[in-house]
Design a protein around this ligand. Structure first.
Ligand code: A2R
Length: 311
């Protein structure tokens, strides 16, 4: 099977590339010109806002399956740059669907959406299955809902093979420290590097979220590409939310340094939903996938990555 990963230079792209190669796939990728290429696979430059370039890349690579990861993926940036977020996440996805529609042998497409699409959930809706009402709370979530809907419309109207994913939080090596877990790990390893005790700044520790190792997420994407039903939406997560405080304790437990904790008002999000937890039965029944990597292992790998940066 030949894969085209659109957005291969991002956080998930590199892990998905490893996962697919391990499973015997031939992997091609695309990246923006300013990004660093993923070693070991052919990578073309592509801005998904340019439809003719999208068409050219598909003609050149003729994939069996497209993994569409390219996005403006930050909620914070989506407030600052709503038009760019709408362009990249909706128009960009539409360009891919249009280019696929024109191909003689249309590839399968995996569209990656987000658990954020559920937005303001009600306690009685937990755990969230794929039919839960979507009440988006930010621009990013709106764009991912639109992407998924376009995918379903194109699957039905044109008979294309399109599988839609709603991925909950994922963590692992390679993630930037704008996300909570790498931010904690980075701060802990900075303290370790000083050789004395120190304080880490945290936000809301009570919120419970579902965190999956990015390598398990990559495996879920591969299995959905292989077995997912066209036109269907699948949650990807562990199905078990964990309090941010518990993750912080697990991180601190893996360090020899003496660490104090300080709550930083700037890191407290005012409208935090207390718990977000998906029901993952649909993907498990369809593909047999379930997450395998323990949180402690993920934390060790993230800590070691940041330790490498401060040695
Ligand atoms: O924004 P950059 O410079 O980091 O580049 C991102 C890239 N990208 C684009 N690629 C092609 N054409 C564009 N117009 C365009 N705009 C941005 O997509 C980045 O390299 C990649 C997305 O990777 P990340 O931001 O690291 O997202 P991650 O965590 O790998 O998530 C993959 C997917 C995304 O659709 C998320 O919204 C979803 O999973 O959760």
């Amino acid at each position: 099977m030949k894969a085209l990963i659109i957005g291969v230079a991002g956080f998930v792209g590199k892990h998905l590339c490893n996962e697919l190669i391990k499973a015997g796939w031939e992997v091609h990728g695309t990246k923006l010109p300013e990004e660093t290429a993923t070693p070991g696979i052919p990578v073309l430059e592509l801005d998904i806002l340019e439809i003719n370039s999208v068409k050219d890349v598909l003609k050149q690579t003729e994939p069996d399956c497209i993994f569409h990861l390219a996005a403006q993926s930050s909620v914070a940036v989506s407030w600052k740059l709503p038009a760019l977020t709408v362009d990249v996440n909706i128009k960009g996805a539409l360009n891919i669907l249009e280019a696929v529609r024109e191909m003689e042998k249309a590839p399968r497409v995996l569209l990656i959406g987000s658990g954020d699409e559920y937005g303001y959930i009600l306690p009685e809706e937990l755990p969230l299955d794929e039919n839960t009402t979507l009440r988006p709370g930010n621009v990013y979530a709106c764009t991912k809902i639109a992407q998924g809907m376009l995918g379903q419309v194109y699957a039905k109207a044109y008979g294309l093979e399109i599988v839609v994913v709603r991925a909950f939080n994922h963590i692992g090596p390679g993630q930037t420290d704008t996300f909570v877990v790498p931010s904690f790990c980075k701060q802990v390893t900075e303290i370790e590097a000083t050789g004395s005790e120190g304080t880490i700044q945290v936000g809301n520790l009570e919120a419970k979220r579902d965190f999956t190792d990015v390598r398990d997420v990559a495996k879920a994407y591969r299995m959905l590409a292989e077995k997912g039903k066209s036109g269907e939406i699948y949650n990807v997560g562990t199905g078990k939310a964990i309090a941010i405080a518990d993750i912080l304790n697990m991180i601190i437990a893996q360090s020899e340094a003496k660490i104090h904790i300080e709550q930083d008002a700037a890191r407290m999000r005012p409208s935090d939903v207390p718990i977000i937890e998906p029901n993952i039965s649909k993907i498990t029944v369809c593909t047999g996938w379930k997450p395998e990597i323990a949180m402690e292992v993920t934390i060790t790998d993230i800590l070691n990555e940041w330790r490498g940066k401060y040695e």
